[in-house]
Design a protein around this ligand. Sequence first.
Ligand SMILES: N[C@@H](CCC[C@H](N)C(=O)O)C(=O)O
Length: 324
Amino acid sequence: MEINVIKGHGSGNDFLLIDEMTNDYTFTEAERAELARLLCNRETELGADGILFVLKSDRADGRMRIFNADGSEASMCGNGLRLVARYLCELLGKNEAVVETMKADLKVRKQAEIFPEVHTYQVEISPVLFSLNALPLQLNKPTLFNEKIPQLSEKLRFTALAVPNPHLIAIVDVETLQTDIQQQLSEKVNGPNELFPDGVNVSFVKPLGAGAIYVRTFERGVGFTNACGTAMSASSLVTCMQGLNEYESLIDVYNNGGKVQCVVHQIGQEYQIDLIGNATYLYKASVTTDLSAGSFVVTDKNYFAEQSVYERLQAEVQQFLTIK
Ligand SMILES: N[C@@H](CCC[C@H](N)C(=O)O)C(=O)O
């Protein structure tokens, strides 16, 4: 099978984008999962945190499906949605669009550049659900706000929410970030366990002063990634709920792959988050796959020049984080 892919990233969270809208691919469900496991493998020439499949939609400008590197499908992906937003806007000659995702149709739009010459997009993150059934998290209570889960830690306090993919968030200090507790508890809740039967994305959040936080995420289906867009959005909301940041204000969210900005909106009893950040292309490639043999060959690869500009932003961010 011959497939064209675009490799790109949002805050270093990298994806292979496959266009099923204008190409005549006829993947089965099993093939999409298999492609994710095969092409995302870091031991190969491609490697990525996941695959973004872009499809036709009956009711929106396009549809996004996100498969994690382990072949599991997730309901949402914030960093990936920025790449899909760019792809669709450029394909359709628009500055804004609506993208159908598994659980919601989301507004996306081209934004003023977050850093000179860095393609920047804003995407809507919603719905936000606090019911533990939405994750699911099996505790004998309806919600979890800044509370302990003794099975995971005697010390840390967690908030659980779905945006709509599942997130478990703890606000921590530098000392906690330097331990391996995040890895240990993330592996526990993403293996066979009674609390999170479907696994969960686990984020540790360090406040960096007014309007700024640092977020590190262990992603379900992947492991530690440079950044997770839905996690940074959910973390921004949790810091607003705890009075550490303000609603309707820009929050700078630093991560190991760069920086994004979030604005948390409170609309009555509901929440919605704007996630603003880069949508950077690395290269276009043509790939010949043999799924039955579990192998592929990259037959053509053409690099975009824009990553070198992004690396300047990343260097500034790393410098800022060293000072903090
Ligand atoms: N990296 C993504 C989230 C991808 C899905 C996640 N691993 C899950 O299984 O829920 C993002 O930027 O939001």
